[in-house]
Design a protein around this ligand. Structure first.
Ligand SMILES: C[S@@+](CC[C@H](N)C(=O)[O-])C[C@H]1O[C@@H](n2cnc3c(N)ncnc32)[C@H](O)[C@@H]1O
Length: 245
């Protein structure tokens, strides 16, 4: 079972709505990458899952992109797309959607995919570790992106604050954090399996980010985020952009 199952296949109840909501998420984080100053040499996405959709709006702003997850199976799924395997998930609707958001032409879709295949590296990570990339390490990043990862990795407010600190430790001073996750969620279903998720509120998020040594530049709550309850019980999604001091 993997989370791609929830956005593909005509027989999966709610999969069309889930795919639409995924596009809303991509549109939310892409707002940050439209800002001229959110760019640099390197970006790392933490807890990317088996997916590449969140880095699509960012890939024009950064030369080196690292996709990470705690599960090797998720990285293997991305590897299939990077190597253009016939078994890879088809990300082309999302590539087209992001090109549409960025008002770039259709021909850019192919060059965006080619650029990503050249510039993306995969790594294991664990946000509960002081160095989430341990035993490896990287030069400090210009940007850290984490979408829907921390409510999955953390159980308590304390865990959440620690995880935010751990991922912010990967950013160089002046670099950016783009964080997006759900508020008020309690579960996520994949097939028959029900995964618990941490219920966050916006104030805890703001506190955690400030305590990690970042200044929030933008915090936006998207309400009425309607994924069918057969998948997920959440109505609110936040997206924030912060700068490491
Ligand atoms: C709901 S998925 C989100 C995936 C992707 N970011 C997205 O928005 O589609 C949560 C991801 O967090 C990863 N994860 C869970 N615990 C983690 C941890 N301790 N460190 C890093 N990633 C973790 C899971 O393997 C999963 O891929």
């Amino acid at each position: 079972m993997d989370i791609l199952q929830n956005i593909q296949g005509p027989n999966i109840p709610g999969s069309r709505q889930a795919a639409t909501q995924l596009k809303i998420q991509v549109a939310a984080t892409s707002r940050s990458f439209k800002k001229d100053h959110v760019k640099g040499k390197s970006l790392i996405e933490i807890g990317a899952g088996p997916s590449i959709h969140h880095i699509l709006p960012a890939c024009v702003n950064f030369e080196e992109i690292y996709l990470t997850d705690s599960l090797q199976e998720n990285l293997q799924e991305i590897e299939k797309w990077l190597t253009d395997s016939s078994e890879a998930f088809d990300w082309s609707p999302y590539l087209k959607y992001v090109c549409h958001l960025q008002s770039t032409g259709r021909y850019i879709v192919r060059s965006k995919a080619e650029k990503l295949r050249r510039n993306v590296s995969l790594m294991k990570c664990d946000v509960t570790k002081t160095n989430p990339l341990q035993p490896k390490s990287l030069t400090l990043m210009n940007c850290v992106l984490a979408v829907a990862c921390l409510t999955s990795a953390c159980k308590t407010t304390r865990d959440f604050k620690t995880a935010v600190k751990n991922i912010v430790s990967l950013i160089n001073p002046g670099g950016h954090l783009v964080l997006s996750d759900y508020c008020g969620v309690s579960y996520y279903l994949i097939g028959e399996a029900k995964f618990p998720r941490m219920s966050l509120d916006g104030n805890i998020v703001k506190e955690a980010v400030a305590e990690s040594g970042c200044e929030i530049a933008e915090f936006k709550m998207f309400t009425n985020f309607q994924i069918p309850e057969g998948i997920f019980d959440c109505k609110n999604l936040f997206c924030l952009l912060a700068r490491k001091l």
